[in-house]
Ligand binder design. Structure first.
Ligand SMILES: [Zn+2]
Length: 247
């Protein structure tokens, strides 16, 4: 299984950088996990819009799903449109982004598979096990298994035992770490810090940790150091075009 980071900015994109978007490949199958602001042009630096096989969206915040619109436009408006794109999301999560264009315009470009958080299903060669994690809106963490490797992704979440359960013994935990040390009071139930994520990575026994969704302006070294107080394994901060093979 190969993971390529398209973007890892929390909240809004920065110059030359995109919000959450991850290309996960196995056995020639290309799955996009989240596609936030500005992630689509980053995707195009890797593959064509018609080469995406499926999309999984963790939750309906635009920094995780806004660039679904240009992806669908790029597929629907070409002379030889590819088959409808399977899109997996929680019920209602994509209502807003799918309503951006005139009614019907993108209907043939996708097939929406709405799932219940907690359910498990196959996406191509991937087994996807989902879990509801605490956020302002329903957010599905996902545990992807393929070829004997496991990637766990939190989406956006406050601290929860369910994060540890989602990531148990995963080869890689890709975790939202919006803040470095302290999460402000008004966000404490719904977002995480790098420090918390490091502890959770140890508790879950993961092989490697990638911190993502850092608040714009955050020093990546500070985030890595905070996570490193609780986790002794390899820690990487999500950066554009970071690509690694799970092993
Ligand atoms: Zn969010």
């Amino acid at each position: 299984m190969r993971l390529t980071v398209l973007g890892g900015c929390g909240a809004w994109p920065e110059a030359g950088q995109a919000c959450s978007g991850y290309l996960v490949e196995h056995d020639g199958f290309r799955l996009l996990v989240d596609l936030g602001y500005a992630a689509f042009p980053r995707l195009l630096q890797q593959i064509g819009a018609d080469q995406v096989d499926a999309v999984f969206i963790s939750h309906g915040h635009p920094d995780h799903c806004a660039d679904l619109n240009p992806l669908l436009r790029a597929r629907a408006l070409r002379d030889d449109p590819p088959p409808p794109l399977p899109v997996y999301a929680l019920p209602g999560a994509l209502d807003a982004v799918l309503a951006l264009d005139r009614p019907g315009m993108l209907d043939d470009a996708y097939v929406l598979h709405e799932f219940t958080a907690g359910s498990a299903f196959d996406i191509g060669p991937f087994r996807a096990e989902t879990r509801l994690l605490p956020h302002w809106v329903p957010n599905a963490g996902v545990r992807l298994t393929a070829g004997g490797r496991v990637l766990a992704y939190t989406g956006d979440t406050g601290p929860s035992p369910d994060v540890v359960a989602l990531a148990r013994d995963a080869d890689l935990l890709l975790a939202e770490a919006t803040h470095v040390d302290e999460v402000p009071e008004d966000s404490r139930r719904y977002l995480s810090s790098a420090r918390q994520v490091g502890r959770q990575a140890t508790e879950a026994g993961v092989g490697k940790l990638i911190l993502t969704h850092l608040w714009p302006g955050t020093d990546p070294a500070a985030a890595r150091a905070a996570a490193g107080d609780g986790y002794r394994g390899e820690i990487v901060v999500a950066a554009p075009d970071l690509s690694l093979e799970l092993s």
